[in-house]
Design a protein around this ligand. Sequence first.
Ligand code: SF4
Ligand code: SF4
Length: 375
Amino acid sequence: MARVYNWQIKRQMSYWYPQSRPQKQFAAVFDINKCIACQTCTLACKTTWTSGKGQEYMLWNNVESKPYGCYPLTWDLKLLGMLGPQGWEKGVYAGRTIFEAAPAGDRVLGWRPEEVNYAYPNVGEDDCSGSVEHGAALHGIHLMWFYYLARICNHCTYPACLASCPRASIYKRPEDGIVLLDQGRCRGYRECVKACPYKKVFFNPLTGTSEKCIACYPKIEQGIQPQCFVNCIGKIRLAGWISAPEAARKDNPIDYLVHIKKVALPLFPQFGLEPNVYYIPPIHAPAKFLQQMFGPGVEAAVEAYRSAARDEDLAGLLGLFGSTERVVPRFARQDDWVTGMDEEGKQIVRVPLREPVHILEAFDKKYQVVRTNCP
Ligand code: SF4
Ligand code: SF4
């Protein structure tokens, strides 16, 4: 095992290979508050990449309702239970990562789902925490909540799938940090399926090899965001590039959200993989539940998000989500306009800070009709 630095847990940790960061790291921010669980992303991915034989059960992108939803079944609960205490002290992770907790002879602490774990992709959908008594009425703030968690491969900086593969079939591209699985080298040992804590590697029983999300790299190579991003109805997703915290740039949208405003957080940072999909946490769920899922920065992230109405740069950047198919590596706000730019500073897209509001009269004189859905 080598010693590497993981900025998400703010300490050194053990990893199977020495530290080797890519020239650029693909990353994404998902705004949970805007997801409506329409599953358009899921189908956009499914019809693009996993419509073949042996791939029927594969969902490289899935959307589950928390607290009860999970695909495959118990993917998060089971590992959280196996890992043991996961405390944080002054922002530093005090527990063990899945690399440090690996049993003797294994490279990673993990578990391999059974067929039944993949049988119910929509389990827990729209189920609230708690229950409501028959005939009860709600007064004031109520404690029932749920939220939607959209998930893809995190293209981790320290991928457990890669560390676990005895054939070295999984590799991280030096040019963009995307994690790929070489179908020619894979012999179907499924160590990666066992090791990935997010369960984002799937075994194809017909080909005898494992498969995973490829971040739509043919699109990324052309500067276009992946399928699940550009088809997102809720406009919750933004793809881009993340820098190391000490090299964060204010004009880089992902850096701004993750490192500068700290409004977007990694999923289960305590696992130790430095995942590169970041989430703006839901503002209505209990902090304790969210802290286990997104780490100790949750309350500050929710506070920053709530103050976006008074923070024009942040509000403007949130308006760039879903505004263009292109990857936007730079942005700037000037007065009431936000511009997304390419690396050279050339404009890709421009959006207003405030959407114009049009109020239609109930009676439309032009067409001589009454519109019943007017405000
Ligand atoms: S398409 Fe967007 S809004 Fe719809 S479920 Fe997927 S992430 Fe959520
Ligand atoms: S999320 Fe899983 S499959 Fe994706 S890079 Fe990380 S460990 Fe590998």
